[in-house]
Ligand binder design. Structure first.
Ligand SMILES: [Zn+2]
Length: 201
């Protein structure tokens, strides 16, 4: 049982990272500008019952924050977000796992990598500006330690990465949004994030 899971997850680690360009513009991004252009789940309505798989170690370390994030997103008015746990990573539309940064991720606390199951038995990385089957969220507790992330900053990271799964892009520094990159004390989607999600979903 564990082997399949490890195999599926292990294949992600071989993926190369290509960070999308982050706009460093003044002012907040609204509506379609707040999302990866052309990006998101292939079937947008999967977000109404998003199948998720969280590895046991990610759950042990971040379970409270993951639950809180699910609660935040599922209570956004006018948007029908919900979550359903599944037993296997390859059944999941959202995968959350802890791993160690081998240097590829340059000290990031976490990253969402969109992937596609259609061509291979494993989830193959696809472009942010494309439609994907699954959003794989990698959390890097070692990087969080190195960068002095406190519990609030870790909580923010979980909510932020799940925001990427909904195809939200980074907001410029200084904007009141959980989608600003880096260390932050915002631990819930803000009114800007909520209004953007209400625009798309
Ligand atoms: Zn981010």
């Amino acid at each position: 049982m564990g082997f399949k899971r490890r195999f599926v997850i292990g294949t992600f680690l071989a993926l190369t990272l290509s960070l999308s360009t982050i706009a460093v513009a003044a002012g907040e991004l609204r509506n379609s500008d707040a999302f990866y252009s052309g990006g998101g789940y292939k079937v947008l309505s999967v977000t109404e019952n998003l199948k998720y798989y969280v590895t046991p170690d990610a759950w042990n370390e971040f379970g409270d924050y993951i639950e809180d994030a699910f609660s935040d997103y599922s209570s956004i008015p006018g948007v029908d977000f919900d979550f359903q746990e599944v037993d296997w990573a390859d059944e999941a539309e959202l995968i959350i796992l802890n791993t160690q940064d081998d240097g590829t991720y340059d000290g990031l606390p976490g990253i969402m990598i969109p992937c596609d199951w259609s061509r291979t038995p494993t989830c193959e990385k696809t472009r942010y500006q494309s439609r994907w089957d699954t959003a794989a969220v990698f959390l890097f507790p070692d990087n969080m330690d190195l960068k002095g992330y406190n519990q609030t900053n870790r909580h923010k990271t979980i909510v932020h990465e799940i925001g990427h799964a909904y195809a939200l892009v980074h907001q410029p520094v200084g904007v009141d949004s959980v989608m600003v990159g880096g260390k932050s004390t915002i631990t819930s989607p803000t009114s800007l994030d909520i209004s953007n999600l209400q625009f798309k979903y």
